[in-house]
Design a protein around this ligand. Structure first.
Ligand code: SF4
Ligand code: ZN
Ligand code: ZN
Length: 302
């Protein structure tokens, strides 16, 4: 089959649009999509230093690859940061992959660990928790967000970019809806990036399956071994449900994504007035003690 855009042989068919693309046209289309998302939401500005969160999985390596390419023709710089959660046997392989890939791309690379920042690895936190009702991923997510904030401040970055894709957005929307946590849906609005430290998701309008294909066709060396805690929450079930819907009704994920944009824009919360500083660590929070300090003190005092 011939590429819809040039004379080369097509290697990928985009079911929802009907176009078939060769490897080069496909990769260019992903770069264009990411660039369009960045410019639509003014995610990166002239002179920015972008801290790119790189776990070693496909999404973050594709993000690093695309931002590196864009930074060569635009006025911004990138630094890769990997957070070492302290998950035995899982993170080590990823660290080697990221180190090698950053050397190849000529991107500066730094590692921050939960152990150094919180004096607890993820495994130690999980042993200390009172019950398994607090999921591994919710503890890990709170610590990772704070670790990236810390890393960005230390390296002087004013933007944090993460590799969340369109599927992640749909899954998070359904998880928040199913748990009744509608206030978090307001925070999903891509215009809600934060003021001092902008949090951006340049791949948020790209299907996960297309990110996998980009990594594959560009020979990116991503880690395929999943985190041992990956299947503990409801996310995997939702992911499979959405994939089976898309298989039978192509384009349904795009439709849902656009509905989420409208809903999150309507219910976004501007609670800047209520922002205070945590009495323990000084980071901004809505109460007297931030979620990280309260979680860590609960874990250590139990
Ligand atoms: S799957 Fe959960 S526990 Fe594992 S790294 Fe991701 S957020 Fe952390
Ligand atoms: Zn082509
Ligand atoms: Zn705090």
């Amino acid at each position: 089959m011939q590429c819809s855009k040039c004379q080369n042989t097509a290697v990928y068919t985009r079911k929802y649009s009907g176009e078939s693309l060769c490897s080069e046209c496909f990769s260019n289309s992903i770069l264009r999509k990411a660039a369009k998302t960045i410019s639509k939401y003014k995610m990166i500005k002239n002179g920015d230093l972008v801290c790119v969160g790189v776990s070693g999985g496909k999404d973050s390596l594709v993000l690093l690859d695309t931002l590196k390419k864009m930074s060569q023709s635009h006025n911004f710089k990138i630094i890769a940061v990997t957070i070492d959660e302290g998950i035995p046997g899982y993170r080590d392989e990823a660290l080697d992959i990221v180190k090698e890939f950053c050397t190849k791309l000529d991107v500066e690379f730094k590692i921050y660990s939960y152990k150094d920042l919180f004096d607890l690895t993820l495994s130690e936190s999980l042993d200390l928790r009172e019950s398994e009702k607090t999921s591994s991923c919710s503890i890990c997510g709170i610590l990772r967000r704070r670790s990236l904030d810390h890393a960005a401040k230390e390296i002087g970055a004013n933007v944090i970019a993460t590799g969340h894709n369109l599927d992640d957005t749909l899954q998070t929307f359904l998880i928040n809806t199913l748990s009744g946590d509608t206030s978090k849906i307001g925070w999903m609005d891509p215009e809600n990036q934060g003021k001092e430290l902008r949090k951006i998701k340049p791949l948020s309008e790209i299907y996960e399956s297309e990110i996998v294909f980009y990594a594959f066709t560009n020979n990116l060396p991503f880690q395929s071994e999943p985190c041992p805690h990956m299947n503990e929450g409801i996310r995997t079930e939702i992911r499979e449900f959405l994939n089976s819907l898309e298989d039978h009704r192509s384009g349904i994920k795009n439709n849902m994504y656009h509905s989420i944009l409208k809903i999150s824009n309507i219910i976004k919360t501007f609670d800047e007035k209520e922002k205070r500083n945590c009495q323990i660590c000084g980071n901004s929070c809505s109460g007297t003690i931030c979620s990280v300090c309260s979680m860590i003190s609960n874990l250590k005092n139990d």
